[in-house]
Every structure is written in structure tokens, then in C-alpha cells.
Design a protein around this ligand. Sequence first.
Ligand code: ADP
Ligand code: MG
Length: 697
Amino acid sequence: MERRASVRLDTEVRFLKGVGDKRAQILAKLELYTLQDLLYHLPRRYEDRSQFRRIAHARPGEAATFAGKLITVDNITPRRGLTLTKAFLDDGSGALELVWYNQPYLKDRLLKLRNRRIVVYGVVKDTGWGLQMETPEWEDLEENDSMDGLLHTNRIVPIYPLTEGIGQKQMRQILWNAIQYADLVPEILPREVRERVGLMPVADAIRQVHFPDRMDLITPARQRLVFEEFFVMQLGIGIKRQQIAQERGIAMRIDEDRLMEKIRQIVPFELTNAQKRVIREIWDDMRRPHPMNRLLQGDVGSGKTIVAGAAILAAVDNQYQAAIMAPTEILAEQHYMVLHRLFQPLGITVELLVGRLTPRQRAQAYERIASGRGMVAVGTHALIQEGVNFARLGLAIVDEQHRFGVLQRAALRDKGIAPHLLVMTATPIPRTLTLSLYGDLDVSIIDETPPGRKPVKTYWKFPEDRLKVYEGVRKLVAQGRQAYIICPLIEESEKLQVRAAEDLYEHLRKDVFPDLRVGLLHGRMKPAEKEAVMEAFRAGEIDVLVSTTVIEVGVDVPNAVAMIIEDAERFGLAQLHQLRGRVGRGEHQSYCVLIADPKTDEGKARMEIMTRTNNGFLIAEEDLRIRGPGEIYGTRQSGMPSFRVADLVKDMHLLEVARQEAFRLLERDPDLNLPQHQRLKEAVDRFRHKVVVATVG
Ligand code: ADP
Ligand code: MG
């Protein structure tokens, strides 16, 4: 071990004992490049091989560890292509037959151990002729100085994620060598935090998480490592919040009673208590001399648009402009229509900025926005183009946030001088994700739907029942209602997707509903065509709208009461929930029918969850559990931090604790300038750098 003195955490694995160049290449496939990477390559699971069982007391079907003398080793070939290596283990209480398949070379190795004590681990079975263990893990007891030195048996044994070219035993040996350097990992958690939360020192955690002394030490060891990751992340978020809070912003004057009265005049319904509450939260922020930085969450149909309207009204009342950015043209146009109608009586002008404008229209809109005559701008990402200049942007709103990256959020904000920012999401987000993705935002939640809504009734039907489903649609149309039929999702190509939509449309129009007015909407249509179709649907001139998922977000036609989703098993939960959210928006009973014949358990689970609940938060949590955060949010583009150890689903509780502790620490040492926090500060800087890079990449 002559290199031992010079080993550091960033030492490449190939220089470590037992690795070398060839194995280093294999480890690279697991993204293990340095000693540090190895130390954080955690076991997938563990096997408790610490208790020896006597062979006489072996229980067939159970995995157990036995120690005894190895006797009678031999190879036999019962048929061509099959070689069995057989041996017996004798522990004085009985004999256990050991069998390996097609590893004839084992014979010589085992012969050398004959009459020596070895330890074996595996599942025992009763063959009728006697007890047998197939392909046991084994280890020479006498080669090791003492029982303490055993790595693969006689202890709680880690089982690692592997890749081709490396076996469990080799990996375990490499990790065993690696954890001899566990003390190199610096302790960055302040002592008081560790004591208050009850966390073990980091080096102990590393050792125990790999080679635990007891089963009940595994969880605390792992939690210690998870906590550190969350703690560092939350410190980064906390520091960012402080920076935003110190920024100078626009303190607006807001007379609540007067503005609420104005809203009452222009809105045809009574606001829900939840809407009133979040409007007050937003207005409170806008009064402060610092920029608002708030996330508005509300399930589909909870009425977020009017809340945005109230925020806009306050900004305009203060002679500031407001901008609202939506992810699709359809949605931008819809916001435009709603806000235009709402604000017209008050003489507030609303501008629309989308890709389909002619150069002339665009130039005019730019001019009105730049001069300040256009008080409200609604648009897609066309809003954050270079040519767009606001005279006095005081409020930036981003709708359906998870479609935009963190950078686009920042780009819209940068169109003004420290404007207030409101981010709205329609997809409910489980709290762990909120704390990691939007931890720098304050959160308002609309947890109440407008009165008189009947929950959407959801059914799962097999393709054979399709005609019956269509009959149901026909009945609803006869009652004056409208329906959506969503065509199968084809991810391979947009062209095929369009073809599928056109085929379904032709079929429904000609064969199924020749007497009804059927419309078609898909992503390849020109924006003006799309808008014409949506307008006709809103006006009730189309009975059945065949569509791709372009109508997924935000579309609001209260008279549409049926949502039929073809091949529903191809859609994710969040998407199904969004689609279902298009109905159930008026006073009529609405229905969602999932036509699906899922082949996988996961697919079936998704259909069942949809029929069981309308609650978007529950669905989001199930989705997170089934798919994991990376799948849902696309780690890179969303700016989602990636963790080495932590799991946002399993470790939800620890995240809350880490957040509290992080914010508590920042109260005492806001910039982490105390000498005892220097290593922590470095870790936080590294983390923030990583997230920024991930967002840009
Ligand atoms: P989302 O939160 O999904 O964006 P919207 O803002 O589109 O929801 O609102 C959904 C529908 O509910 C719209 O038709 C809207 O006019 C209506 N709505 C919103 N708030 C109320 C309310 N308090 N009472 C009755 N209808 C409401
Ligand atoms: Mg909406």
C-alpha cells in the first residue's frame, strides 16, 4: 500500500488497490471515476449472512450462512453441455451438498480447499435425497486471519448495482478497499445540526452504509448521507431566496377593497374563498419593496386565470405593465380572449404576441408595448424575444411553468427592472418536488374548486366497448353538450401522429357521427386554423372535437362534458389528468372515458388510479412513485438537481427537516461566512454551480 499516503477523494479508481486500468474502464460504465464516486456507490440491498446456521437445523427455502469443512469435490457431466461441480460441506451436525453449474474450473480451486473450513451462503433446498445449495457464495475461512476479516459471508453483506464485466464479489472487494479511506470524506455538517437531528459522523455513515455492523444501522447511515445532500441543496436555495429578498423591487399601492369591488364588477361569478386568499397573498407580496417570487399551484379547473387577472389589475392600477407567458399558442390566445373581455370595460388594453402575427402586426404590438400604451401583454415565448421592450414592466406571470425552463422564467423577469414574478402550475406538484424545483419561490395553493362543479366521472373501457362509448357521446350531444375525442399518442413521429388524427377524424365523421358536426385539431395545423377550430368549438359550432394532446393544457370550454381518450395506456398519469381537466368545468355532469387495454401492470395501475380519484395531488404523488422525478421533469431542462443518494420519493420527510435546519443556520450565518462553515459553503457553491450548468446544458 505504498500509495496510501497520497490517496485523495479525487484519486482515480485505477490507482486504487484491486482496480487497475481494465477494471477502471468497467467502473467507468457505472460512472465511477474517483474514490469519491466509489464511496457514494451505495448497495442496492443487503443480505444478512451474519448468523451461522447448523446444517441440522437448516430450513429449506431459506437463505442462510453455514460454516464447515469442505469435502469430496468433483465434476460430473450428466448430459452434453452441462457440467456440475459438486462438493459437500460438513459442519458436524450434518452434510450439505453444494452445486455449481458449468463452471468446471471451480473444481481445482475447491480441491485446494478440501478439508479446510469454508463459509457458504445461499438458499437451501430439500432434494428428497438430502439438503442442497445451488451456486452458493463462499469464502475460505482459514485464508482470512480471523472471522472478522470475512467479506462475503459471516456478516451483513452489501449487494451492489453492477455492470457487465464485474461480479458481485469483485465489486464488494473494491468497495471494501475504498472504505478504508472513508475518513478522507470531510465532515461538513455543523455539530449542532448533527446533534439536533441525530446524525452519525459522515465517515461512520460511509462505512456503515457499505458494510453495516447491524441491520438497524443501515437506515440511519443512509439517512445521514441523504440529509447532507438535502441540506446543501436547501442552503443553496435559502441563499438565493435571501438574495431575491434583498433586491429592490416595486412597492405597489394596493387598496384591497377598491380592487375587489372592481373585480366583482367585471367577473360574472363569486370568487371562491381559496381564490380570495391567494389573491391577498399575491397583493401582499406586490406591496413590498422587494420583487415577489411566488408559485401559484392549483389543480386543473381551480380558477387560476382570474387570480392572475387580479394580480394584473393591481399592477395596472399602479401604472405598471404586466406580461403573461403561456406554453402554447392556443393557451395564449385563450388567455388573451379572457383577459381582453375582462379588462375591456375598464379600458385596459391587452396585446397578443404569438408566432403567427404578420411582421406588421408584430411591429405594432412591439410599439404599443414599448410606449406603454399596451398595458398587458399575453403571449408565448414570443414575449421573451429580443425585440420586445416594455416601458414599465411591473409584473411577470408564467403559466403552466413546468413546460418552461428556469432560464425562460428569468428571461421574462429580465424584461423589466425587478418586476414581481408569479409562476402558475396546473400540474399539482408533490411537496418534495416543490421544495427542490421551486424551493426559492413562496407557494400559494388554491385547494378549492368553484362551487357547483360535479366531479368528473371516470370510466376505464376496453376497445371492444368503443361503440357503446360513442353512443354515450351521441346522447350527450343530443342534450346540447360537446365532446373531445383524443387520438392515440404516437411518439415516434409527428407526421404519423397527424395521420392518426386525420384517420380517426375521417372515420368518426363518415362512419360514426355522420349526422354530427365533427372537428379536427392537431399540432401541424397553422396557428390561425387551430384558432378557428377552437373558436368554432367554443361557439358550440362543433359537437365532437377530435384532437391530439395539443388541447392538453389550459383549454376551457365549459359546455364540453365528455373526454374520450383512445389508447389511454400510452399516456402518462399527469397527461391523463390534464386531459380530463378539460371537462368538468361547467354545471353539467362530465365524463372521462379511458379506452385502454394495458399490457403492463404499470399501465393497469395508471388506469385504476384515474378511475379512483380526481385529486391531482394524489395523482402527482402516484406518478412520482411510479416513474420517478427524472422521468417526469427531465432532470436537465427543468434545472432539477440530481442526487447521488437521496430519493425524492422515499426521503420526503428528511427534506423537510433539512430545509428547516438549513434556514435556521442561515438566520445565524446568512452568507456562511463563519470559519466553521467554510467547507459547507464550498459544497453549497459546488451544488449551485452544478444546478446552473444543468439548466444551461
Ligand atoms: P385553471 O386553474 O385550470 O387555469 P381556469 O382559470 O381556466 O382554471 O378556470 C376554469 C373555469 O372555471 C373557467 O371557466 C372559469 O371561468 C371558471 N371559474 C373560475 N373561478 C370560478 C368561480 N369562483 N366560480 C365559478 N366559476 C369559476
Ligand atoms: Mg389555466
